[in-house]
Write a protein that binds this ligand. Structure first.
Ligand code: SAH
Length: 358
C-alpha cells in the first residue's frame, strides 16, 4: 500500500522547494488527515514511557504536586494541567495519591492532547476527575497553575543547522536523486540561524526547537499576569550543548527511517535543556534543575514508595522492582532523562531539586 502523506510531501517539495525539518515533523505528526496523531491511535506499542514501566513514577509526581501545592499556599481551586497525557497512566497514578490529600479537592484537571484517539482514552480513564481539554499548551486557564509533562517536549518540531566553518546553513528535507525524501543542506546561508544556538565550538550540527520559545513565552506571560505557577517537565535531552542530529522515528516499538513512511511513525528529538533553562530565566521565571531523572525520583523517595508497594503485594515484587529500576538505572532512563521545574518567581525551591546556591 502506498503512503499518501509521502506522495503529498514529495509533490509539495517538487513544486515548492525543500522544507525545514521542523515543518516536516509538524506535517508528519499533525497533518489533520494523514498525520501520525490523526491516523494512529498511538495505543499500540509505538512508545513505552516511564509511567507505563512503573506506577511509582506517577505516584511520586502526585505526591510532588500535593507538596508543591502546599508550598504555593494551598490555592483553591487550582488548575492541574498535563501536557500530552498519552494513555493517562501518569495522571491515574498521580490522582490516586492526590485524592488522599487536600490538594485532591482543590484541583481542576486540564489536559492538552493532539491525538483524538488518545483524548478518548484519557476522557474514559480519567472520567472520575472530569478533565477539561485545552486547545494547546499555550492556552492556560486563569487560575493558579501546576503543569506536569513527561515526554512532551521531545515531540516539538526541531530545525537543524550545520556549520561549515564560517556559516550556519539549515538542513532541509528535499528530494534525493531517486526522488525520495532526504536531508540536504540549504544552498544559502541560514538567514535565521538562531543566535542562541547552544553548540559547542567543535559541533558542526545543532538542533533548535522553536516551540520551546513559544511555550516559555506563554508560561512567562501567565506568570506575569500574577498567576502562581509551577511547571514540571521530564524528558530526554542534553544539558550543556545543543543536541546535534537526533531525529528518530518509532513504529511498533522499533526505530525506523523517519523518511520511509511519513505519518506512520512517531517522531522525536532530544531536548536542549540548557537552552530551555536560559530562555525561562531570561523571561523572568525561576528555574530549578535540570537534574537527572534518577536523582530526582530518588530525592522524592522512590525507594520508600517501592518498599511499600512490595510489602503490599509480595507476589509482584520482581516486576515492581524491575520497573522502578529502569526509571533510575544510569544505563536505562536514570541519566538520559532529566527533570526541570519552571516557576513563577518568589516560591520556595521545589522538592526533588538540589537547593539553588545563593
Ligand atoms: N506523557 C505520556 C505520553 C508521552 S507521548 C507518557 O509519559 O506516557 C507524547 C504525548 O504528547 C502523546 O500523548 C501525544 O499525543 C502528545 N502530543 C505530542 N505533541 C503534542 C502537541 N503539540 N499538542 C498536544 N499534545 C501533543
Amino acid at each position: 500500500m502506498g503512503n499518501r502523506l509521502k506522495d503529498r510531501l514529495i509533490r509539495q517539495i517538487r513544486l515548492d522547494g525543500p522544507i525545514p525539518m521542523s515543518l516536516f515533523m509538524q506535517i508528519c505528526l499533525h497533518d489533520p488527515v494523514d498525520g501520525y496523531y490523526a491516523t494512529r491511535p498511538g495505543l499500540g506499542s509505538d512508545f513505552t514511557t516511564a509511567p507505563e514501566l512503573s506506577q511509582t513514577f506517577g505516584e511520586l509526581i502526585g505526591a510532588w504536586v500535593a507538596h508543591e501545592w502546599q508550598s504555593m499556599g494551598k490555592p483553591a481551586p487550582f488548575a492541574l494541567i498535563e501536557y500530552g497525557p498519552g494513555r493517562a497512566r501518569l495522571m491515574s497514578d498521580a490522582l490516586r495519591i492526590l485524592n488522599h490529600t487536600p490538594a485532591g479537592e482543590a484541583l481542576r484537571l486540564h489536559l492538552v492532547e493532539a491525538s483524538p484517539a488518545l483524548r478518548a482514552v484519557q476522557t474514559e480513564t480519567l472520567a472520575h476527575a472530569s478533565p477539561v481539554f485545552l486547545d494547546g499548551p499555550e492556552r492556560l486557564p486563569d487560575m493558579p497553575t501546576m503543569i506536569v509533562a513527561n515526554e512532551f517536549l521531545d515531540c516539538l518540531p526541531a530545525r537543524q543547522f550545520a556549520h561549515d566553518g564560517d556559516h550556519w546553513r539549515e538542513r532541509l528535507v528535499g528530494l534525493g536523486r531517486e526522488g525520495t525524501l532526504t536531508l540536504g543542506l540549504d544552498a544559502n546561508d541560514a538567514l535565521t540561524a538562531p543566535h542562541d544556538l547552544n553548540a559547542s565550538p567543535s559541533t558542526t550540527l545543532a538542533e533548535v526547537q522553536p516551540g520551546l520559545n513559544t511555550l516559555v513565552d506563554a508560561l512567562a506571560a501567565h506568570s506575569k499576569r500574577g498567576t502562581l505557577m509551577r511547571v514540571l517537565l521530564v524528558d530526554y535531552g542534553t544539558m550543556d550543548t545543543a543536541p546535534s542530529d537526533t531525529l528518530r522515528a518509532y513504529k511498533a516499538g522499533k526505530q525506523v527511517d523517519p523518511f520511509a513512511a511519513p505519518g506512520e511513525a512517531d517522531l522525536t528529538v532530544d531536548v536542549d535543556f540548557g537552552r530551555l533553562k536560559r530562555l525561562a530565566m531570561t523571561a523572568g521565571l525561576s528555574v530549578a534543575g535540570p537534574v537527572p531523572q534518577g536523582a530526582f525520583l530518588g530525592a522524592l523517595g522512590l525507594q520508600t514508595r517501592l518498599d511499600r508497594l512490595i510489602r503490599a503485594a509480595p507476589d509482584k515484587a520482581d516486576d515492581l522492582f524491575v520497573g522502578a529500576q529502569r526509571l533510575v538505572a544510569p544505563s536505562e532512563m536514570g541519566e538520559r532523562f532529566k527533570a526541570i521545574c519552571l516557576s513563577s518567581p518568589g516560591l520556595p525551591d521545589p522538592a526533588g531539586f538540589p537547593a539553588r546556591a545563593g
